[in-house]
Design a protein around this ligand. Sequence first.
Ligand SMILES: [Zn+2]
Length: 246
Amino acid sequence: MKADHFDQQRLLALAAEDVALSQLAHRRRTLPELAAVEAAEQADRAFAADVVRAETEVKDLGREVRRMESDVETVRAREEKDQKLLDSGAVSPKEMTNLQHELETLKRRQSDLEDQELELMERLEVAENALAVAQSGLEQARADLERARQLRDDALADIADSTKRHESARAEVAAGIAAPLLSLYDRIRAQTGSTGAAMLKARQCQGCRIELYGNELSAVRNADPHEVVRCENCGRILVRTAESGL
Ligand SMILES: [Zn+2]
């Protein structure tokens, strides 16, 4: 294939744009801000689960405390009733002994219940503290997540901006290259996954970094400037310049 020597030079500008574009695509895929958002989302989910757990515990303990209070109240009412009956003096000596005995039992029962209530209230306090810690952790995690998303969006917008600029620069360069040469370049680019042409610099293909020697070197050296020559190793169009060392 023959193509204007200057068109071949333009392939280097095209390749530079393709390198820039693939670097941008790589940056978008490996953006640390994406991992940061993921980590922040994980922390957010963990704290949200902590809050739910702590809320459930506070609710359960609160219910137990109220039940205990009502038990204590029942015992206290019974004590009061017995005490009144005793104080009224309107009971037989046998009943009096029974009532005194029952009162002692009720007092012990009340003291037990109050101990249990106290212990429950201590547990409730611990659970309430844990809930407060989880809630403030969640609040912080939400703020962190929001900030991480903002940073990610900024970075993505920045990449999209650069991509647009390089795409339009590439289109401009491509418009100045004859169609057959351009389509050959694009075919090779699809094969290499990066660029379709490389500079031959100091006898080395800058695409695959292999140095030309022997027959390949003399073939390139003797080729017409308008002849399209390709690297035998990577297949890229070798663009000859004053630095090619031929
Ligand atoms: Zn090569």
